[in-house]
Each structure stands twice: as structure tokens, then as C-alpha cells.
Write a protein that binds this ligand. Structure first.
Ligand code: FAD
Length: 302
């Protein structure tokens, strides 16, 4: 059996595996897609000490660093069930069962897609999901934010300080964000809010050139010319497979304490799949290290 079995091979899982292996304990890592979300990221400029890099390059560096250690890497494998017997048993979709004394869950999250024509085609060509990451790429340009919840309005406020103009498109008849955020938004000169707006298409061939939406009240179609679209309709944690095991909050994030401990002793979690306040590469790596040290502390006491 493993001493530590890490589920998920993004920044959090890689960090957890390296920290564990450096304790000289038997470590394995199972990942559906080694690298995680950074594989879908073009430029990364906020991974401190690395001025600028690209997602796939950072993913490769993660893998090389993991492979420096005696870690069993099981890539292209999806976990489907976790059970506590004598040891923890992790069942994979291919039927294999892995046993371990402790488990670190770092299965990350995925941005909810708006699923309109142009979204997939123009990803990283003007369609973006992370204002902290990609906002500066749109300095001086016109952008739209789809979604009027807290994350959408936070994004719009953030972007308004960088870009020329922000159009917020909300599907419902009113914004759902906290009123303090709405007040802040309304005080900004370069933001337009459109409610009852059903996004129909993101236009452009090489890069985003505009967005088309239907006014749900009048059924009229409108087109706005712009260079960027931030989709902000939610981040979904990849934790559905944990139903009935560790405690999760209302939106499915695993609840952890300051050591990365979940509600099941011996099971730890890190990164975007947890209820951490912010989701960033540097934060995920830090929490992966925390969970690994937490798991090691647990092991030497049990
Ligand atoms: P993830 O990266 O989501 O990794 C999860 C891992 O778990 C993957 O290996 C996945 O395949 C695996 N997995 C999922 N389910 C299972 C399962 N059932 N069984 C086995 N494996 C499973 N952050 C920044 O700091 N700077 C940026 O510039 C930046 N830009 C971004 C741009 C985009 C387009 C996106 C989508 C995100 C961006 N982020 C950025 C956010 C950053 O990528 C995430 O915060 C970070 O990747 C989270 O790391 P993680 O390890 O927790 O999860």
C-alpha cells in the first residue's frame, strides 16, 4: 500500500506528491490529465519568481519535478470511489483498486462554460475565465463579462480599472451580486450593465471581435464590438465522485481546516476542489504542501 495517495495531478497534487516523497514515504499520484487547468492556460504572469510562462510549459515543468522523485505516477486514470476499510481504497474507472494509509484529494475545478458558438473556438483568443490572470492582456480594450453574480461583478470592477470599457451581460432581470459590489460597480464610469441578456454567440475568427445577445424581453438581437469576453458563471469543483464521503459545502467544495484535514481522519484535500477563498496556481501549490505536511503529521501519530 501507499503511505500517501494523491488524487489529481494539477499544481496542488504535484506539490503534495513532492512534499510527501521528500519525507521518504511511499507516494502515488493518480491524475485524469496531468497538469490540470494550466494545460488550458496560455500565459501565466503571476506565478511569483517566474516573470512569464505558458500553461503547457509549466505543466511540463511540474511533471519533470515530480519525476525527480520516487513517485508512482498514474496518468490518464480517473478515480471513481473512495472507501475506508483497514486502509483507504481508491477505485479507478478502469476497475483497479489502490490502497493507501492516507489520501490527498486535489481534483481541482472546472469553469462552467456558457456553451454558445465561438466559446470553444476562441478560448485563449479573447475568451477568458480568470480576470486576475488575463485582465492585463486586455488593457485599453473593450470587454464583456458574462454573469452578474458575485464573481462576475468582482471581475467587472477589477477589469474596469484596466480595460477601456466593460459590458456586463446578465441573463436574469437583475444582478445577483451583493449590493455593496453593485454600488461599487454603478459608481464606475466605464461599465454598462445589460440585464435580461441571453448570450447567443461570441464572434471572431482569429480573435474575438464581438458578442451577440438577445434581449429576453423584446426578443431583439444586439451586437457589441469588443475584443474580450470573460465568462463568469461559476467554478464547479470536481468532487461529484466523493458523494457520501468527506463533507462538502453547498457548492460542492471540500471543507478543510488549516492543515488540509477533511472530515475523515487520514483524508486531506488541497487546491481548487476545497473551500479555499481564492483559486490560483500559487495558492494551490501552497495548499498541496500544507496537505502533505498534514498527512505526514497524521501518519506519525497513527
Ligand atoms: P487543477 O489544476 O484543476 O487540477 C486537477 C487535477 O485533478 C487534474 O490533473 C485533473 O485531471 C485531475 N482530476 C480531476 N478529477 C479527477 C478524478 N476523478 N480522478 C483523477 N484525477 C482527477 N491561476 C493563476 O495563478 N494564474 C493564471 O494565470 C491562471 N490562469 C488560468 C487560466 C485559465 C483558462 C484557467 C482555467 C485557470 C487559470 N488559473 C490561473 C487558475 C489555476 O489554473 C488553478 O487555480 C489551478 O490550476 C488549481 O490547481 P489544482 O491542482 O487545485 O486543480
Amino acid at each position: 500500500p501507499y503511505d500517501v495517495l494523491v488524487v489529481g495531478g494539477g499544481p496542488a497534487g504535484s506539490s503534495a506528491a513532492i512534499y510527501s516523497a521528500r519525507k521518504g514515504i511511499r507516494t502515488g499520484i493518480v491524475a485524469e490529465r496531468f497538469g490540470g487547468q494550466i494545460l488550458d492556460t496560455l500565459s501565466i504572469e503571476n506565478f511569483i519568481s517566474v516573470k512569464a510562462t505558458e500553461g503547457p510549459k509549466l505543466a511540463q515543468a511540474l511533471e519533470e519535478h515530480v519525476k525527480e522523485y520516487d513517485i508512482d505516477v498514474m496518468d490518464l486514470q480517473r478515480a471513481k470511489r473512495l472507501e475506508k476499510k483497514d486502509l483507504f481504497e481508491l477505485e479507478l474507472e478502469n476497475g483497479a483498486v489502490l490502497k493507501s494509509k492516507t489520501v490527498i484529494i486535489s481534483t481541482g475545478a472546472r469553469w462552467r462554460n456558457i456553451n454558445v458558438p465561438g466559446e470553444q473556438e476562441l478560448k485563449n483568443k479573447g475568451v477568458a475565465y480568470c480576470p486576475h490572470c488575463d485582465g492585463p492582456l486586455f488593457a485599453g480594450k473593450d470587454v464583456a463579462v458574462i454573469g452578474g453574480g458575485n464573481s462576475g461583478i468582482e471581475a467587472a470592477i477589477d477589469l474596469a480599472g484596466i480595460v477601456k470599457h466593460v459590458t456586463v451581460l446578465e441573463f436574469a432581470s437583475e444582478l445577483k451580486a451583493d449590493s455593496v459590489l453593485q454600488e461599487r460597480l454603478n459608481s464606475l464610469p466605464n461599465v454598462t450593465v445589460v440585464t435580461n441578456a441571453a448570450t447567443k454567440e461570441i464572434t471572431g475568427t482569429d480573435n474575438v471581435t464581438g458578442i451577440t445577445y438577445t434581449d429576453r424581453e423584446t426578443n431583439e438581437e444586439h451586437h457589441v464590438e469588443l475584443q474580450g469576453v470573460f465568462v463568469q458563471i461559476g467554478l464547479v469543483p470536481n468532487t461529484e465522485w466523493l458523494e457520501g464521503t468527506v463533507e462538502r459545502n453547498r457548492i460542492g467544495e471540500i471543507i478543510v481546516d488549516k492543515r488540509g484535514t477533511t472530515t475523515i481522519p487520514g483524508v486531506f484535500a488541497a487546491g481548487d476542489c476545497t473551500d479555499s477563498a481564492y483559486n490560483q496556481i500559487i495558492i494551490s501549490m501552497g495548499s498541496g504542501a500544507t496537505a502533505a505536511l498534514g498527512a505526514f503529521d497524521y501518519m506519525i501519530r497513527n
